[in-house]
Design a protein around this ligand. Structure first.
Ligand code: SF4
Ligand code: FES
Length: 243
């Protein structure tokens, strides 16, 4: 085993607790030794264990699945658990909480409350008049159709597309790529009986499908490489006919 020391890296994180009156936003710098294959998940946990037990950030899965660890990393929204510290040649990494969501503390934001509101707004459940009989076999679905639904279902609700979205800055109630992707997901699902008119009722306005300014921040940054712009364009073409 090699005893070679890793390089020193500097992580600067914003600290602020909006629930404490005396708290003021400020940066704190942490210096630590980089270990082989170190991700920001590992680095932040090292900081919390050895340097600052008060630093708040979110993680659950460490594997790019739960969508909890989105943050601004040197100005770009990314998943901290999928970001290697070695990507930063000068060893300097600045961390900020994602905009577009309510700040809880330091790097932790409440994406859950926003996603819950979005899910209600787009009625994120199968709308079907069919009675479900669990004794019967499920309705057959063509593999291509199932694959199409599955592809859009890969969204992990990390919120990165919203943190990267210029439209969201101008329109606080914009549903974002995550919401429009969700609509597209139910549009392709053969179990959902909703029509274009039904979807128009939900997202046929400037806070929905007509608000997107095609700035591409969502698709450029989505960690799941979802075809967000293609799907937004498709839904817009479909719904504009109803205007
Ligand atoms: S669409 Fe992509 S960036 Fe947006 S919430 Fe889903 S996985 Fe994250
Ligand atoms: S900790 Fe789950 S996606 Fe990063």
């Amino acid at each position: 085993m090699s005893n070679k020391k890793g390089r020193e890296i500097t992580i600067t994180a914003l600290k602020y607790n909006p629930n404490v009156k005396a708290s003021k936003p400020h940066f704190v710098e942490y210096k630590l030794e980089e270990t082989p294959g170190m991700t920001l998940f590992v680095a932040l946990n090292y900081i919390r264990e050895h340097l600052d037990s008060d630093l708040a950030f979110d993680f659950v899965c460490r594997a790019g699945i739960c969508g909890s660890c989105g943050m601004m990393i040197n100005g770009k929204p990314r998943l901290a658990c999928r970001t290697l510290t070695s990507e930063f040649e000068d060893g300097k990494i600045q961390l900020l909480p994602m905009p577009a969501f309510k700040l809880l503390k330091d790097l932790s934001v409440n994406t859950g409350a926003w996603m819950n509101g979005m899910s209600k707004r787009v009625e994120s459940w199968i709308h079907s008049s069919e009675k479900v009989d669990i004794a019967k076999l499920e309705k057959r679905v063509e593999p291509e159709s199932a694959q199409e639904t599955f592809e859009l279902d890969r969204c992990i609700e990390c919120g990165i597309c919203l943190a990267a979205c210029g439209t969201k800055v101008m329109r606080p109630d914009f549903i974002g790529a995550v919401g429009l992707n969700r609509v597209a997901r139910f549009d392709v699902d053969v179990h959902d009986e909703r029509t274009a008119e039904d979807f128009y009722e939900l997202v046929g306005d400037d806070n929905g499908v007509f608000g997107c300014m095609t700035l591409l921040g969502c698709e450029d940054n989505c960690p799941k490489n979802l075809p967000l712009q293609t799907k937004i364009a498709y839904m817009r073409r479909k719904l504009v006919a109803l205007r």
